[in-house]
Every structure is written in C-alpha cells, then in structure tokens.
Write a protein that binds this ligand. Sequence first.
Ligand code: INI
Length: 155
Amino acid sequence: MKIRSKRVSTNNLNGRGRRFAVVVARFNAPITDVLRDACVDTLTAHGAGVRVVSVPGAFELPLAAQRLAQSKKYDAVIALGCVIRGETPHDRYISMETARGLGQAALTTGVPVLFGVLTPLNERQARARAGRGPNNKGAEAALAALEMAALMETL
Ligand code: INI
C-alpha cells in the first residue's frame, strides 16, 4: 500500500487579495526553472499576486527569504532550489544549512517560508520531482503556501 496521503489540503486555497514572494536558486537552473514556473502558475491560477526573486544558489535562499519575509509585504515566501548529491559532502553542507536557515527565517519573522528545495541523489530523481505535469514540488510548495497563508489568519 502506498502511504503517500495528500499532504496539502484543498481547503482555503483562494489566493485572491494575497501576495507571495518566490525566491529561486539559479544553480541547477534546468530543474529550478521548472519548479519556479509551476509555482508561479499555481499561485496565479489561484488568483494570487507573485514577485519572483532569483539568487545564485540554494545557500543564498535563506537570507533572501528572510529579507522578503521581514518586509511584511507577503503572505508567505516560497524558496525553490535543487541540491544534487555529489562526490563530496559539499552538497550536504548546503542542503542542511539551507533547510535550517529557511526554518529560522519562518520562525523569526512569523511569516510562512515554504521549503521547495529538492535534495535528490541524481538528476533522474530531480527531474521526477520537477515534471511539467502533476509531479512538481514547485506547484506543491505553492499550494502549501496558499494553505499556510489562510491558516495564519485563523491562529
Ligand atoms: N547550489 C545549489 O543550489 N545546488 C547545488 O547542488 C550546489 N552544489 O552542489 O554545489 C550549489 N552550490 C552553490 C551554493 O548554493 C552557493 O551558491 C555557493 O556556495 C556560493 O555561496
């Protein structure tokens, strides 16, 4: 049995009147461009406004995300990147610090910061998570952001 339940609720996904920032790493751009496009398309399809900001690599995502969140102009910030496993531990330093920094940005600002960073073992795994169709972590992060924006208003 496949135990991958629907992680994002379909409730409260109305984006009208909301604004989101999408910060995307250019490293592994063939993958992150697809994540970005799916993320932006999903947000706009739900009626939301979007600003896209690009940074060199995943390591730079937390600072940009934190700055955007601090501005209080956005209901949520979505960070997109792709850190592919390499021969040395370099990728693990980047992915761990990126995850830690993005979590910290959310907790210190009180603004949802979504983790749309792939950490695949190879390009095949990356492409499987950045498809042009339904399997796209950028679209998934967008839905999670819409849900969190609505949730934050109720807490
Ligand atoms: N950045 C990524 O986004 N993905 C990677 O896989 C990656 N690797 O493996 O090196 C990567 N490196 C660049 C890093 O994010 C910074 O941009 C760079 O170290 C400058 O701070």
